[in-house]
Ligand binder design. Structure first.
Ligand code: FES
Length: 280
């Protein structure tokens, strides 16, 4: 984590999708350091001396207004989130950035993002940043039903959105991963975020297409390069210190252990920490 904790003013409580809360914070002190893939560590003192701590991905940045939007992730215990019930004007203690930017190869012009509703807060800013940088972005997004899909107004018009719903109420009936093969040849780089089922299925579909590790002709990547590999998985974490101390976000992989709040949230398909240049 970077700078010391600062006091942020809550400007508004909104939604990224039905039931998916977003907080708009006035945060001029940290805004310049934030990139796609970063999260913020939120701390709010509650009654009885309890200090609520949450890791919330950055979903939107307005440099002119000095405001940052973060998405609240559903609590793993299913409980209510008192941060969502704060009144505008309330102060929240914020520190960050948490984690590393999502790496994007500078030569990758066509980016495929595969996500579900849980993953969407982790990749919304990525899609926006890449589109604003002139890259072609396609987002495959899945939900149980059409009513859960985030409004397309949350993304630049240039982002192509392809929807999959489990009940077939909108778009493809089934998983977004079913559509990955269609875009496997097109994509220079692929970023997947969301449930473990979706991440696994995305990897399997790419493997089935023989495209998991294939390098696009546009991407010149020397062997052993520190650039990101073609498929990156975004692993969310909700609670913890956010500073690499508690070990609560440690992810064990064949490539070793990764603290998601320090080396994550992006990991390569083999489980290593991803590193590359950020779009912003
Ligand atoms: S939340 Fe990552 S080490 Fe504590």
């Amino acid at each position: 984590m970077g700078a010391a904790p600062v006091r942020a003013q809550l400007l508004a409580v909104g939604e990224l999708a039905p039931g998916r809360t977003a907080l708009l914070l006035r945060l001029p002190e940290l805004i310049a350091s934030l990139r796609a893939g970063h999260a913020l560590h939120l701390l709010h003192a509650e009654a009885g001396g309890y200090r609520l701590r949450r890791v919330a991905p950055v979903t939107h940045i307005d440099l002119i207004a000095g405001s940052v939007q973060v998405g609240l992730q559903p609590r793993v215990d299913g409980g209510r989130d008192s941060l969502a019930e704060l009144a505008p004007g309330t102060d929240v203690i914020v520190s960050g950035p948490v984690g590393q930017p999502i790496g994007v190869d500078p030569d990758a012009l066509q980016i495929l993002i595969v996500t579900d509703i849980e993953g969407f807060p982790w990749v919304r800013l990525l899609a926006t940043s890449l589109a604003e940088a002139g890259r072609s972005v396609t987002m495959l997004i899945e939900a149980n039903t059409a009513a859960e899909i985030p409004p397309t107004s949350l993304l630049p018009e240039s982002v192509e959105v392809v929807v999959a719903t489990a009940d077939g109420s909108l778009g493809h009936r089934g998983s977004a991963a079913d559509l990955v093969k269609t875009f496997a040849e097109w994509a220079d780089q692929i970023v997947a975020a969301g449930s473990s089922d979706l991440l696994s299925a995305t990897g399997l579909q790419l493997r089935a297409a023989g495209a998991e590790d294939r390098t696009s002709a546009r991407v010149s990547r020397p062997r052993g390069s520190a650039h990101a590999t073609r498929l990156q998985l975004i692993l969310a974490h909700e609670i913890g210190c956010g500073s690499g101390v508690c070990g609560g976000c440690t992810y064990q992989s064949a490539a070793g252990s990764i603290r998601l709040c320090k080396e994550g949230p992006a990991v390569t398909a083999d489980g290593g920490a991803a590193r590359a240049r950020s779009p912003r």
